[in-house]
Design a protein around this ligand. Structure first.
Ligand code: MG
Length: 258
């Protein structure tokens, strides 16, 4: 009798979890407060690559990148006047090489004439450790967050839908901004369970916005993130977000493997 009762309880809780998962909405994982304080950066460093860096974009071409949808195809974004601009029709692009633990420098610019609001205003993203087509990786958000309200765990400097930035040091659209990111990949036990979660430290425009944060898993748009796939070195991916606003640009991208 007792066994039957606890079995039904297990079944009931399983059904409840299933129903909850089915009813999960994107809004469930949005956090809107507190808003990180505005900070004016002193001097943004547009750092050229150190001697031991792997240069991913130096203004000339996309030789280090491929299409995320089809790795046999070249990355079809626009390179002009030393700048890389998102081609939303071409989709996401990702590196040819894989990286384990690394330091990443990347500069980005929201167009001066940007339109739209919330997540539809200059949205892109830098995915750390993506496993290729269909795999999200871990998104560091790129968005106009100078004067644009959205959920704080989805603004620039956030680890998308996981951690809001400690502060908001973003600049007005039209200015070049810089991310300096230290990434430590997760490690896994033989059975696939997490041995140590991924950690990330991020400076945005020279100001600390993520301080050695332990990630909960790869990015999830709906539902709670968790580590479901054991992985090591992986790709760096840039997002062609499907919103209607003017495409953003990147320049000066390099990685130092650690
Ligand atoms: Mg994004």
């Amino acid at each position: 009798m007792k066994i039957k009762y606890s079995l039904s309880l297990v079944l009931l809780s399983f059904m409840m979890t299933n129903i909850q998962a089915q009813n999960a909405k994107p809004e469930d994982t949005e956090v809107w407060s507190p808003e990180p304080p505005k900070v004016t950066p002193s001097k943004v460093i547009y750092a050229k690559p150190p001697s031991d860096a792997v240069v991913l974009f130096d203004g000339k071409n996309l030789d280090e990148w491929v299409s995320n949808a089809d790795r046999d195809k070249p990355a079809d974004w626009t390179v002009k006047s030393g700048i890389l601009t998102v081609n939303k029709n071409a989709g996401n692009i990702e590196t040819k090489k894989s990286f384990g633990n690394y330091q990443l420098h990347i500069e980005w610019c929201i167009p001066k004439n940007i339109t739209g609001s919330g997540q539809g205003r200059g949205n892109s993203g830098i995915f750390l450790a993506s496993l290729g087509k269909g795999d999200p990786g871990y998104e560091i958000q790129v968005l106009d967050s100078y004067d644009n309200k959205t959920y704080v765990n989805g603004m620039a400097g956030s680890i998308y839908k996981q951690f809001a930035p400690l502060c908001n040091p973003t600049l007005k659209p039209g200015n070049w901004q810089a991310y300096d990111i230290a990434w430590k990949a997760p490690t896994f036990n033989e059975d696939g369970s997490v041995k140590s979660p991924a950690t990330v430290t991020i400076y945005l425009n020279g100001v600390l916005v993520q301080n050695n944060v332990a990630l909960l898993g790869p990015t999830q748009y709906i539902g709670k993130p968790s580590y479901s796939v054991k992985h090591g070195a992986a790709l760096i991916k840039l997002q062609a977000h499907g919103d209607k606003s003017e495409p953003i640009s990147f320049r000066n991208i390099w990685v130092r493997e650690l």
